[in-house]
Design a protein around this ligand. Structure first.
Ligand code: FAD
Ligand code: NDP
Length: 501
């Protein structure tokens, strides 16, 4: 230990009040909030290169290799799809193809400006930024190792672990040599071409969706179910839309070998039902089979911190089993891996530590959106979980199919499929009939899903009932107003498709 308690103005004897390991969504939010409240704070951030050699700046996953580049590329795909709408509205636009390299350059320049902004924000808030990899020496001592191998040892009264996660590989022959992950796809210098996405959750489906919308030939390798944990009916509809727009789903299959063949990658794919193997060739293979927490080389044992077998932490109020060591963000077991969750947990923790606040992070009713070409936003329970929790007899699902007004003029077809099909959007409101028809799940498949669902999440936090949705006046003509005029229940068997205007 560098000093003794009596030596410092802070009274506890450590160099810092708080050291945050990890400068991503949760770590930055917690560092800045604690410093604003008067704590002396250091924030460490270090990016280990991906197996393909990619590194990035301060800000963590969301900014560099997650939400931000993903949403911008998703938007590039949506803009491409909008050409067909624009033509029907009289615009003389031709889709003359897409320039991948230009898009990547623009997005990476923007990310560079965000990295810079985060450094400035830390400096402005008097947080010491240490660009080094942190590991515990004991519960109050952290060794910071810089890129050049130089080390600095710092001490802190409290430590927050906010190191996030990194993409998993499969552990099958050739995966690290032949495949890329979300750590690489958003900065690929050259267009991905014919692509295979391995995995069937958020990252795989979003990547497949945006690449397909940008015009690439895309297949998805699905081991079991799509979007595990989400409402299965909604997941099926997302997949149906993707398939009808050209994404190929290879079901019940896993890759068993990857080999380089010149510029191409040969993938051996095994069907789990029949055991037969096929070999296919791709320009790019993206592995998206989940993420591992970066806690393996933190020296947790030296600090006495015991992780869950997943490597994450089961932390009540973000406190680990060692009282002065906390954890926020993707490293928390059984918590949503989402940026706003990490940010809010980090800020609330700082307020509890340095402002005498008592509010805990509420991980219930966290809204989310899957940014597939037809977006899916939801908050609360899936239909399956509601039935399991309250009993099928106490659960009602109100449904509606619809097509946004903005799409009505578009009659273009692509490979014989309408680009803007009738009734291609869908929503579902799930209520608990035993509790005044309180709304316990809200699901929306259509354009601008995140924007539509965000406000309803507030209503659900306030305990809104179906009657309150019904007495809320809609905003016309919007897609969101559909939630205020729902009358058809799934149970009734009445057709919920729209016919005419
Ligand atoms: P991170 O943001 O991962 O930050 C951790 C930081 O700590 C990193 O910079 C890491 O390099 C650093 N670090 C690790 N170990 C050490 C160490 N020993 N010493 C120092 N530094 C270390 N969420 C959404 O809400 N919306 C989305 O649309 C969305 N899209 C996503 C798309 C993709 C492709 C991915 C991968 C994720 C997406 N997410 C999205 C999830 C979101 O990015 C994460 O939930 C969020 O970044 C978690 O924040 P965090 O602070 O826990 O960790
Ligand atoms: P998930 O852990 O959610 O899903 C992993 C997927 O990979 C599952 O479909 C799983 O299939 C499959 N899989 C796992 N192992 C194998 C294997 N050996 N062979 C084949 N398939 C396999 O991971 P993601 O990487 O998609 O996302 C991580 C987190 O990041 C999400 O939980 C989310 O919170 C966050 N995120 C948020 C986004 C947003 O807000 N829009 C976007 C992207 C990510 P199976 O079901 O069979 O296990």
């Amino acid at each position: 230990m560098a000093e003794t308690a009596a030596d410092t103005p802070m009274g506890h004897g450590y160099e810092f009040d708080l050291v945050v390991i990890g400068g991503g969504s949760g770590g930055l939010a917690c560092s800045k909030e604690a410093a604003k409240l008067g704590a002396k704070v250091a924030c460490l951030d270090f990016v280990t290169p991906s197996p393909q050699g990619n590194v990035w700046g301060l800000g963590g996953t969301c900014v560099n290799v997650g939400c931000i580049p993903k949403k911008l590329m998703h938007n590039a795909g949506i803009l491409g799809e909008s050409f067909s709408d624009a033509r029907e509205f009289g615009w003389k636009v031709n889709n003359e193809g897409h320039d991948w390299a230009k898009m990547v350059e623009q997005i990476q320049n923007y990310i560079g400006s965000l990295n810079w902004g985060y450094r400035v924000a830390l400096r402005d808030n008097n947080v010491e930024y240490i660009n080094a990899k942190g590991a515990f020496e004991d519960a109050h001592t952290i060794v910071c190792t810089k890129k050049n191998g130089k080390t600095r040892t710092i001490t802190a009264d409290k430590v927050v672990i906010a190191v996030g996660g990194r993409p998993k590989y499969l552990g099958v022959e050739g995966d690290k040599e032949c495949c890329i992950t979300s750590d690489d796809v958003f900065s690929l210098p050259k267009a991905p071409g014919k692509t295979l996405c391995v995995g069937a959750s958020y990252i795989s489906l979003e990547t497949a969706g945006l690449l397909s919308a940008l015009g690439y030939e895309v297949s998805v390798l699905v081991r079991s179910v799509f979007l595990r944990g989400f409402d299965s009916e909604m997941a099926e509809k997302i997949v149906g839309h993707m398939e009808s727009h050209g994404v190929r789903m290879i079901r019940s299959s896993v890759p068993t070998k990857f080999e380089k063949d010149g510029d191409k990658t040969k993938v051996t794919i095994k069907n789990s039902d029949f055991g037969n193997e096929i070999v296919e060739e791709y320009d790019t293979v993206v592995i998206a089979v989940g993420r591992d927490p970066c806690t393996g080389d933190l020296g947790l044992e030296k600090a006495g911190v015991v992780p869950h077998k997943s490597g994450k932490f089961e932390a009540k109020d973000e406190q680990t089993n060692v009282p002065n060591i906390y954890a926020v963000g993707d490293v928390l077991e059984q918590r949503q891996e989402l940026t706003p969750v990490a940010i809010q947990a980090g800020q609330l923790l700082a307020r509890r530590l340095y402002a005498g606040a008592t509010a805990s992070m509420d991980y219930d009713l966290v809204p989310t959106t899957v940014f597939t070409p037809l977006e899916y936003g939801c908050v609360g329970m899936s239909e399956e979980l509601a039935a399991e929790t309250y009993g099928a007899d106490n659960t009602e699902a109100y449904i509606s199919f619809f097509k946004p007004l903005e799409w009505q003029l578009n009659h273009e077809e692509h490979n014989g499929v309408p680009v803007r099909g009738d009734n291609s959007c869908y929503l579902k409101l799930i209520t608990n009939t035993a509790d005044s028809e309180r709304v316990v799940g809200l699901h929306y498949l259509g354009p601008n899903a995140g924007e539509v669902v965000q406000g309803y999440a507030v209503a659900m936090k306030c305990g809104a009932t179906k009657a309150q949705f019904d007495t809320t006046v809609g905003i016309h003509p919007t897609v969101s107003e559909e939630f205020t005029i729902l009358s058809v229940t799934k149970r009734s068997g009445v057709d919920a498709q729209k016919k005419g205007c």
